[in-house]
Ligand binder design. Sequence first.
Ligand SMILES: [Zn+2]
Ligand SMILES: [Zn+2]
Length: 295
Amino acid sequence: MVEVFLPGTGGVMPLKNRHLACCWMEHNGRALLIDCGEGTQVALNKCGRRLSRLKTILFTHFHADHIAGLPGLLLSLGNCGKTDELMVAGPPGLRETVKSLLAIAPQLPFPIRLMELEGAEKFESCGYQISSLVLQHGIPCLAYCLILRRKPVFNPEKARKRNVPREFFKLLHEGECVTNTEGERISPDMVLDGMRPPIKICYITDTRPVKEMDAFAKDADLLISEGMYGVVNPEDKKHMCIPESIRLAENARVGKLWVTHYSPSFQQPEKYIPADKKTLVTAGYDGISCILKGK
Ligand SMILES: [Zn+2]
Ligand SMILES: [Zn+2]
């Protein structure tokens, strides 16, 4: 299971009551952060998140509202005793941008591994299978899909019938072979009951709709998607409005949609969620969280 938490839901600039949009995910004591605008570490601290658990940061793009909080966060990570590697991934320009920001956060006590993504790529980090999708925002910008595999179903009855001592159940469930009380080798496939579907989370902000989105977000347990405005703003060729994110959620048949990344002038986004969509859609707010256990 994974906890998903939005420390902030604002776009462009932080407000008195709204931090900048980002997403914190945590499972098995390891955390991953998507984007880090100004004040992100303040928002994380306010909600009691343990920075020392952070293993990976994914950047959607390099506008200040998505990255300006990085130097402060890195310094705090150093101050809270982090010594293991931090993986940082993002679109082209990552090396140059992070290198410039490191000028004001030098001599960190942990190594940073940078992974510059050319576009649509797949990689593993922090226990997730991660894929990226190229968005349309005027500068290189990526959406992310994270898949967390779940352990297969363990059948204790099958294990008992094969004379496996109880203390070995956990090892078998984790994929290791054990020896039963008769001295026979028992492998996991003898006591498991098939796979569980993985947990899928998609994060899409700062873009006009692109045709690949529906397939990218297909069947996600949770889609977090941009709602810069309540309705389409014809002047703005770089952002999505709430109805566009709802259409995407419906086309992709996701489990639920959280809308995020609101324009600073956009107050009360919940008013733009139609009554008949409220089981599918929530207007995200700072501090919203959920635990995803999978289907
Ligand atoms: Zn933005
Ligand atoms: Zn942007």
